[in-house]
Structures are given as C-alpha cells and as structure tokens.
Design a protein around this ligand. Structure first.
Ligand SMILES: [Zn+2]
Length: 106
C-alpha cells in the first residue's frame, strides 16, 4: 500500500524498515527526517554496547541511521538506552512507518 514514489529504507544489518525521525537539533544535517533502525534485536545495535564499552567505557550504543538529505549517508545514531530517541519517531498519517512525510512544523 505504499505510494509509488515511496521507497523502503531497510537496515543493512537486520533488514528492518527504518523509522523516520526528526532530530531536534539537526545541525548541518538539514531538516529532513533521518531514517533509523529501532529494532532492539538488530545486531548493529546489540554489538554497539560492547563496542562502546570496550573503547570508551561508556554505557551507550548506536542505531543504524541513514541521513537521506545527504545522499543517503550512513551515520550511526548514538543512543544511551533502548527507549532513547523513540519519542522523535514521526507518526505518519497512514500509519506506514516508511511513508514520506512533510515536516510537521513546516
Ligand atoms: Zn537494524
């Protein structure tokens, strides 16, 4: 039921559909949604905890992210818990998480 021009962005690590996220401080990334894997069983997310701990002694991980507005650059999104940043997921009108949406405040 996707629109013809809507493409599915898929996590390279677990195959889950990426969720559109609006970053409060996008910095140089622009205002377009970022696409993030919020699968708590994603290997990228799971392995990130030990990676961060071994190198930085930090209890944190990161989720797979594609920054669509920058030529689909893959850039890890640091998170400090399973629930971190979930509140930033954009709720789409048709309920499809991968549907393109406009900036809600625009
Ligand atoms: Zn994933």
């Amino acid at each position: 039921m996707q629109a013809p021009d809507a493409k599915s962005l898929i996590c390279e690590h677990c195959g889950a559909e990426l969720q559109p996220v609006l970053m409060p401080d996008a910095g140089g990334w622009g205002q377009d949604p970022h696409w993030v894997c919020f699968n708590d069983h994603c290997t990228y997310f799971l392995e990130g905890w030990s990676w961060m701990w071994e190198r930085y002694r930090v209890r944190a991980s990161y989720r797979f992210r594609i920054v669509d507005s920058v030529n689909e650059t893959v850039s890890p999104l640091p998170v400090w818990s399973k629930s971190a940043l979930r509140n930033l997921i954009i709720k789409t009108p048709n309920g499809h998480p991968n549907a393109r949406v406009e900036h809600p405040e625009a």
